[in-house]
Design a protein around this ligand. Structure first.
Ligand code: ZN
Length: 199
């Protein structure tokens, strides 16, 4: 898996034209504001895309690390449907060390994003509910995959709990995506909830 080096004037691994094509197929719409690929599937296809903090049309975009892999997003949606966010919020309330680590994850996220430029409208705003709530496991898992284990404790917990594994490729045939949606493991159901949840 490829990951940036936070705080070192990071340049994200550039996305190739093929990466952009696959990310667009994963999302079911054209990829926007791609700054690079922040994490990859075992097979090498993108799992997390790094997105510019301001899109080409001027829209501020706080979600630097955007989980695009259909099997991974579906797995996070399953956890959310099972009530895991309520459980994690309760753990945060009860565990001061976890709260501290989660707040540090928020700062790390903002520092990574700042390497792509400062955007006043989203100053101090990260993603997924950070720094003190759990609101979107997709965003938190995306951060955990990009940064590596030990940076985002809630993202790490979500990935541990999930049936999806970074070591196992579950990519569908993106070339066939236009003709065959039947094999797309509930992706169509889960995708619309993601952007809203990540704000
Ligand atoms: Zn794969």
């Amino acid at each position: 898996m490829t990951r940036p080096s936070p705080g070192n004037g990071t340049v994200f691994e550039p996305a190739t034209a093929e990466d952009i094509r696959i990310v667009s197929a994963q999302l079911g719409r054209p990829a926007r504001g791609v700054a690079g690929i922040a994490a990859r599937c075992a097979c090498g296809k993108p799992t997390v895309v790094a997105t510019q903090p301001r899109l080409d049309d001027g829209t501020p975009f706080p979600t630097l690390y955007y989980l695009t892999h259909p099997a991974a997003t579906a797995a996070m949606s399953v956890l959310e449907a099972e009530g895991v966010m309520t459980e994690f919020n309760e753990r945060l309330k009860a565990d001061a060390a976890l709260r501290e680590a989660y707040a540090a994850a928020h700062e790390a996220y903002l520092a990574d994003r700042a390497t792509l430029g400062e955007v006043a409208e989203i100053d101090g705003i990260s993603a997924g509910g950070m720094p003190d709530r759990v609101k979107c496991l997709h965003a938190l898992a995306g951060h955990a995959l990009a940064a590596g284990v030990g940076v985002n404790p809630i993202g790490d917990l979500a990935l541990e709990r999930s049936r999806w594994r970074t070591s196992v490729c579950e990519c569908s045939d993106y070339d066939a995506a236009g003709d065959e949606t039947a094999g797309a493991v509930t992706v169509d159901d889960t995708a619309p909830s993601t952007p809203e949840g990540e704000r």
